[in-house]
Design a protein around this ligand. Structure first.
Ligand code: SF4
Length: 280
């Protein structure tokens, strides 16, 4: 079985740095707990737990001296809440997420109403909005939501995208807001890492040599699901978390298997899957 990797796949710079920071902390004897998954990948969570850095889901559950904030970032208030509990903070929030926090704060100070295009339950979006007055922003991801809001009270609107979205998928939604509102500006907040992985997945899916595509990533990883969507439009595509999820029946007529991975998939899992495929 021949395996062809996409030109770009796997860990983005933000996740690579977050992963390194936590590993260095653990290797130095640090004791901490991560608030939510450090990245959306169950294997990475397991690996962190083996290093002694467990995952918790609320600040109150941290018994260790240090709390780790993940690459997705947290509401600014969480920093105070952690300090008030006497915790030290290991902040692995991605630089690009911090850029949006900063830009949104500035836009608010400049009198803009904020619109976040994204999933209201995603931790990154919760980080941007949790501390804000609900009257100062909307979170929109569907056309009917954009249509049902009365945008007329807002003189200026600034649109921010959740970093991992594919902007093209939400073009109609943003254009709807632009048609119905005055003074709409768009922030350039889509992360290049996600786009590069998506562009490379498109090229892989269009490659006539490739028969089937395996997409590797965590079950809860939104960007991995986007990669799968792109690949599945052109070829049979399967989402796996690791080598053990591969069903040989998927590959029985395949000569060349394409391989890509979400931005929270560690290198060793990708190598493991490739080895399993080439051994088939
Ligand atoms: S996908 Fe982009 S914004 Fe998100 S952690 Fe990675 S580099 Fe940062």
């Amino acid at each position: 079985m021949k395996v062809k990797r996409a030109a770009k796949y796997g860990f983005c710079s933000g996740v690579r740095i977050a992963d390194l920071k936590v590993k260095r902390f653990a290797a130095g004897g640090g004791r901490g707990a991560i608030l939510g998954q450090v990245v959306h990948n169950e294997r990475v969570v397991e690996e962190m737990e083996n290093l002694g850095v467990r995952t918790v889901h609320e600040i109150a559950a941290v018994e260790e001296p240090t709390i780790v904030f993940s690459a997705h970032g947290v509401p600014p208030y969480f920093h105070d809440a952690a300090r008030n509990r006497g915790l030290q903070i290991l902040d692995t929030t991605c630089k690009f997420v911090y850029d949006i926090h900063r830009e949104a704060k500035k836009a608010l100070a400049d009198g803009f109403h904020l619109v976040f295009i994204g999933d209201p339950k995603h931790r990154e979006v919760i980080g941007y909005t949790n501390d804000l007055d609900p009257a100062t922003y909307h979170i929109v991801s569907k056309m009917d939501e954009a249509e049902n809001v009365d945008w007329s009270p807002y003189a200026k609107i600034k649109v921010f995208y959740q970093t991992t979205l594919n902007a093209e998928d939400f073009e109609d939604v943003v254009q709807t807001i632009e048609r119905r509102a005055r003074g709409v500006e768009r922030g350039d907040t889509i992360c290049y890492a996600t786009k590069e992985n998506q562009d490379a997945a498109r090229v892989l899916a269009a490659d006539p040599e490739v028969d089937v595509i395996i997409v590797i990533g965590g079950k809860k990883s939104a960007n991995t699901r986007h990669l799968w969507d792109i690949c599945a439009e052109a070829k049979p595509a399967y989402l796996v978390q690791g080598a053990t999820d591969i069903d040989p029946a998927w590959l029985k007529d395949a000569g060349v298997v394409g391989l890509t991975a979400g931005s929270s998939t560690p290198d060793y899992v990708i190598d493991e899957v490739e080895q399993a495929l080439t051994g088939m």
